[in-house]
Structure formats: structure tokens, C-alpha cells
Design a protein around this ligand. Structure first.
Ligand SMILES: Nc1ncnc2c1ncn2[C@@H]1O[C@H](COP(=O)(O)OP(=O)(O)OP(=O)(O)O)[C@@H](O)[C@H]1O
Length: 472
């Protein structure tokens, strides 16, 4: 039986148009204007591709899509969306849709290319290709589900024109992800330009972004194009956007809304075609609440946002990531199991960047005769390793945590100069104090501040509890 392409859109013209466009392909094309008709078609025809409008008169496109996916898992499902519902389309991808296309359809050639891609690829291959391509862009991905999904989503968004917002702690790889998106987009042959909004003064940043005309300020000896103009066919990465001053934020909002801007000192309105990706390690919503960031700009940027997980939340991937980094640093060297174990007990506040730095330093400090990085080569701040293990909110089990801590303490034994026993005992007492205080705090929260009840929960006396809390 010939496979079919299903089009579901309450605007009849969309169905007719796509029908016309898809006619030369060797598929039966079926158009429906509501969910009920689509359900009937679904049960009578094997589907290769379903193109579904997000807003339907009798159901919502996302529900229909999930239904189709369940009934015919091999069918490619694509949401058709206008700008107003683009966040729902992205949500649809997170929940299993294969892609989305933007309405109104802008360029016919591009639309045909997209449709052919949907008809050609099979999803298994795409998944591996994403990981491989990410690696080429300098991102080691591993098996962490959240990260794999994030890069898959990023790849799908790469070909769209929408502005993207990347969140994540410092060093988690926001710029790496932005470069990957650029590499996967049709703009890849044009430059990727990054600018750190926190690193320049307001005047300099404004001139860098928007350009200036001759004589606009002291030192402006000639006209100069800004990055919004220079990066026209490429991608402009606005790093640390939370640091932009209120005046710059107003200008950025205008560019994002209208694509228009003016050079410093200029009078002519200019247009930009640059693809914009913004990033911050700050909690932007909190910045809005504390009136440091414009609410309208926040909402404009936040439509499609992606969050990179911190390294401590993907510790299972750490051995693989560390092995790849070592391969880049020196393929003749590797890491010992003990060293890996130590790396896995550390909190990694600086994330991937910090891991890279720690390994680079380790390799530099290795003796000529060593081929493996050992714990003695790793210079990690001891307090952060220990605190992490002692404060782990939900330890897998006590024996695991105790083993981890003991291993860590033993790893200190490998350092060139042995630590004094008194120092080791000091650390043990610190753990006792931290763990005791954490338990006391938890019990006090549960008992809503009543020391008597908290003490009874922990099977101790109120006096001892008070002592532990004050010891902290
Ligand atoms: N997935 C990854 N695989 C390998 N290396 C990575 C990965 N993510 C980040 N790195 C490395 O970590 C360092 C920091 O990455 P990047 O600059 O992208 O982080 P960031 O989140 O933009 O940091 P910041 O918030 O400080 O600007 C870079 O040297 C980068 O090569």
C-alpha cells in the first residue's frame, strides 16, 4: 500500500497548497480540516509524514500529534506554527514531535527542501548524526539524556530563523552550543560572531553592536559598521546579555522586534539579517524581578530558551568527557580510576571549563615517567569536594557516601607531601559537624521550628540539638 502524507489544517488553502507542492512525490496526499477527520484517516492509511496545524477547531494539534505517534510510531510528525505559538511547537518537539515549520511559508525552495528532508531521513540515523556533529563543534555529549535531547532540539532549531536564549551556569558550554547551532544552520559558511556584553563599557558595547558614524564621539574618526550589520548572513552570539545596560536593552528590544537599529550618532534606520543567540549564566527572571533587566526584553528572548545542565548533574558522563579531554590534551596519557573517582566527588562550580583547566594543570604537573593522571596531580579545592559529598541532599545510600568520602581522604595520601594526621581528623570532624547540622536543619524545618519536636524526630535531646545547630 502506498504510504500517505497527512495534512491537518483548518485553513483549507494550506491543505490545497501543500497538496500541490507534494504532488510530484510518490505518496498519497490526504488533507483534513479537523481532528476527527484526521483520526479516521489515521486508522485507514499507513502514514509516512503528518503535517499538523497547532490550532485545530475540535482538538489541539499537540494531542493529535501524540495520538498519531502512538498509533503509527514510524510516521514523521511535524507541527505547523505561526510566531505566536512557536513556544508550543518547541514544547511539541520536547514531547516527541519530529520538527516544526513556520507559517506563513516564506520561501518555497526552502519549504520543499524541508519537506524532502522529513520524507528522507529516518530518526535513528539523525540521533547519532547529532552527537557526531556536536563533537565536531567541540561538544562532548555522552549519554546524559537531558544533554542529548538538548542538542537534538538545538539541531532542529538551527535551521529556523527564531532568536534563541541559552541559560546555564558559567562554563557549562553555552558558547559551544551556540557554535553548534550555527554550524548546523544554513548560515554555517558565514561567520559566527560572539560578543560579551559584560566585558565592555556601555559606550563601547553600543558602538560595537550598532556601529557609529564619523564624529559621533571623541575618537570616532570614521564611519564604522556594527556587529548587527557585519554578522548579516551569520550568527551573532550575545553572551552575558544580563550585563547590558538599560539603554542598550532598549535598543536590543527594538532590534529583536523590528530588526531595525540606528548607528551611534546616525539618523538612518538600518536593518539586520543576523541570527541572534543570547546567553546568560544569571537567573534572568530574578534580574527582571529586581528591576535590572527589562521585562519586555525578557519575554522577547525567552520564547525559545534552552538550559544547559551543570556538570555535577551529569556525573555519569564525567569519565567519558574527561577521557575525551585527555585525548585532546595528550593522546598518550590517560586517567587512573582513583583520579576519576576523585573527580566524581567534586562539585564543579566552573563546570566543563573548570574540568578542562584541572586536567590541563594535571597534565602539566605530571612527571615524565607517568602515563596516568593520578589523584596527586589533581588540584581540587578540598572543601568543595567534601561539602558536596557531605551535603548531598539525597545520598544514594550511607555506605556509598561514606566510601566516597573515605576514598577522597585516602587520595590525599597520594599527594607528594603527606598531610598531617591532625588535618585529616579536622576534616572528619568538619564532616561530622556539617552532616549533623544538615540533619538538624531538616528536622527543624519538618517540625516547623519546634526544637522539642525536631529533637524527638531525631531521637535526641533538645539540648544536644541546640548544641549541634550552634556548632554549625
Ligand atoms: N560539551 C562540551 N564538551 C567539551 N568541552 C566543552 C563542552 N562544553 C563546554 N566545553 C568547554 O568548556 C569551556 C567553556 O565553554 P563555554 O565558553 O561554551 O561555556 P559558557 O557556558 O559559555 O561559559 P560562560 O558562562 O562563562 O560564558 C570551553 O573551553 C569549552 O570548549
Amino acid at each position: 500500500m502506498t504510504e500517505s502524507i497527512l495534512i491537518v489544517d483548518d485553513e483549507k488553502e494550506v491543505g490545497t497548497f501543500l497538496h500541490y507542492l507534494l504532488r510530484p512525490r510518490p505518496y498519497k496526499v490526504l488533507s483534513c480540516t479537523n481532528g476527527e477527520q484526521a483520526e479516521q484517516v489515521l486508522h485507514q492509511n499507513p502514514l509516512k509524514l503528518a503535517l499538523i496545524d497547532i490550532r485545530l477547531p475540535d482538538t489541539n494539534g499537540l494531542d493529535l500529534l501524540l495520538h498519531i505517534k502512538k498509533a503509527q510510531p514510524t510516521c514523521k510528525t511535524v507541527i505547523m506554527t505561526g510566531y505566536a505559538t512557536i513556544d508550543t511547537a518547541v514544547e511539541a518537539i520536547k514531547r516527541g514531535a519530529d520538527d516544526f515549520i513556520e507559517k506563513p511559508f516564506a520561501e518555497l525552495d526552502e519549504l520543499e527542501r524541508q519537506l524532502d528532508r522529513f520524507l528522507a531521513s529516518d530518526s535513528g540515523e539523525t540521533k547519532d548524526a547529532v552527537i557526531e556533529n556536536a563533537r565536531q563543534a567541540g561538544a562532548i555529549i555522552g549519554r546524559d539524556k537531558q544533554t542529548v535531547q538538548l542538542f537534538r532540539l538545538a539541531q532542529k532549531l538551527a535551521s529556523k530563523s527564531v532568536t534563541l536564549m541559552l541559560n546555564g551556569e558559567t562554563g557549562t558550554g553555552k558558547e559551544v552550543l551556540a557554535r553548534f547551532i550555527h554550524q548546523e544552520s544554513e548560515r554555517s559558511s558565514a561567520p559566527f560572531t560572539a560578543i560579551n556584553c559584560g566585558a565592555l563599557s556601555e559606550t563601547l558595547l553600543e558602538s560595537e553592536l550598532f556601529g557609529h558614524v564619523k564624529g559621533a564621539f571623541t575618537g570616532a574618526h570614521s564611519d564604522r559598521k556594527g556587529l548587527f550589520e557585519v554578522a548579516a548572513d551569520g550568527t551573532l552570539f550575545l553572551d552575558e546579555i544580563a550585563e547590558a545596560s538599560p539603554a542598550i536593552q532598549v535598543k536590543l528590544l527594538r532590534v529583536l522586534e523590528t530588526r531595525e537599529f540606528m548607528q551611534v550618532g546616525g539618523e538612518k534606520t538600518r536593518k539586520t539579517r543576523a541570527r541572534i543567540i543570547a546567553a546568560t549564566h544569571k537567573n534572568l527572571l530574578q534580574e527582571v524581578q529586581e528591576k535590572r533587566f527589562r521585562e519586555d526584553l525578557y519575554y522577547r528572548l525567552h520564547v525559545i530558551h534552552m538550559t544547559l545542565p551543570p556538570l555535577r548533574d551529569r556525573m555519569d558522563d564525567l569519565p567519558l568527557i574527561a577521557a575525551h579531554m585527555m585525548e585532546e590534551l595528550n593522546p598518550a596519557l590517560s586517567i587512573s580510576t582513583k583520579a576519576l573517582l576523585l573527580l566524581q566527588t567534586y562539585e564543579w562550580p566552573g563546570n566543563m571549563r573548570e574540568l578542562q583547566n584541572v586536567l590541563t594543570r594535571a597534565v602539566l604537573s605530571m612527571e615524565d615517567t607517568s602515563v596516568e593522571v593520578e589523584p596527586r596531580h589533581l588540584q581540587l579545592p578540598v572543601s568543595q569536594t567534601l561539602n558536596h559529598a557531605a551535603e548531598t541532599k539525597e545520598p544514594a545510600s550511607f555506605p556509598d557516601t561514606v566510601k566516597e568520602l573515605t576514598n577522597h581522604l585516602l587520595s590525599l595520601y597520594e599527594q607528594e607531601e603527606l598531610p598531617a594526621l591532625e588535618d585529616i581528623l579536622k576534616i572528619s570532624r568538619e564532616i561530622e559537624r556539617t552532616a549533623g547540622a544538615a540533619f538538624a536543619d531538616k528536622a527543624l524545618q519538618k517540625a516547623r521550628g519546634s526544637r522539642t519536636n525536631a529533637a524527638s524526630l531525631l531521637k535526641t535531646t533538645p539540648r544536644k540539638l541546640r548544641y549541634i545547630v550552634h556548632e554549625k
